[in-house]
Design a protein around this ligand. Structure first.
Ligand SMILES: CC(C)(COP(=O)(O)OP(=O)(O)OC[C@H]1O[C@@H](n2cnc3c(N)ncnc32)[C@H](O)[C@@H]1OP(=O)(O)O)[C@@H](O)C(=O)NCCC(=O)NCCS
Length: 232
């Protein structure tokens, strides 16, 4: 049993905390392992191993890739420095941490608008699997809007959500910004067991504002990410 009173959110410097970097990498890698088709997820296994686990959750990624462009916060315990959750937030609203695996730390607007302006890009947001639904993600967001608000100039956060995470992201307080949702190019590889795009996409239909306008697109192109914002 953990004592939740013992948990607090703090900033961490990836260049000077190798042990915490390893814990973050392990937490994010375990979380994204669930995206694999072989584990019931929506992403081909090879893509998880070769892209997600290399570009976004590896020790190198945590230590260097976003070290200068983003603030990394951790939910940790005072007693033993264990890790319960983490979030990575762009320091400036002008930075998009990830456009795709080859376009990292982009300038906003450089490649078309991918999110509403004046929000900070967020990636690597996860809580430890065995402690989910304990209010930890909400606690992290509350501290970002409270104690750490002065670090951020913008009006809130934006995140791109994997389709199966829709309800969880809404649950922790984000609003679905359907007009910014992202789709794969036509003919993109579908998941195992799905014979057409609509079979894949229909699982991710939602009743958020504006969703009905998206149905035609959902019939043609594989749904890639939902875009969500939350105000500070
Ligand atoms: C999304 C995520 C951060 C939520 O974390 P959490 O600690 O479980 O969230 P909380 O306990 O703070 O939940 C807050 C609210 O959201 C709701 N919620 C959380 N997960 C939910 C889900 N899967 N479905 C529906 N609602 C959900 C809770 O019920 C709670 O509602 P309440 O305030 O009305 O009681 C967590 O599910 C997660 O880490 N998912 C994996 C994300 C990931 O892979 N990130 C890595 C990217 S590299």
């Amino acid at each position: 049993m953990i004592n939740t009173e013992d948990l607090f959110v703090r900033r961490m410097d990836p260049k000077s905390e190798p042990e915490m970097v390893a814990k973050i990498s392990a937490l994010l890698t375990e979380s994204t392992e669930d995206f694999k088709e072989s584990k019931g997820g929506h992403v081909p296994d090879a893509l998880v191993d070769e892209v997600i686990h290399q570009v976004y959750t590896s020790i190198t990624s945590i230590t260097t890739t976003f070290a200068d462009t983003a603030e990394r916060l951790v939910l940790t315990s005072k007693k033993d420095n264990d890790l319960y959750g983490t979030i990575l937030i762009a320091k400036s609203t002008e930075i998009i941490l990830v456009k795709n695996s080859k376009c990292l730390n982009m300038r906003f607007g450089e490649n078309g608008d991918v999110a509403p302006p004046n929000y900070h890009s967020v990636i690597n947001f996860a809580t430890k699997k065995e402690y989910r639904l304990n209010g930890f993600a909400k606690k992290i967001l509350k501290e970002v809007s409270g104690k750490y608000r002065d670090l951020f100039e913008g009006k809130g956060l934006w995140i791109r959500g994997e389709p199966p995470l829709h309800d969880a992201i809404i649950g922790i307080g984000f609003t679905h910004r359907i007009e910014y949702d992202q789709f794969c190019h036509e003919g993109a590889q579908l998941s195992m067991g799905t014979s057409n795009v609509w079979d894949f996409n229909r699982k991710y239909l939602c009743d958020c504002k504006g969703a009905e306008k998206q149905i035609d697109l959902m019939k043609k192109q594989k749904y890639k990410y939902g875009i969500f914002t939350v105000d500070f």
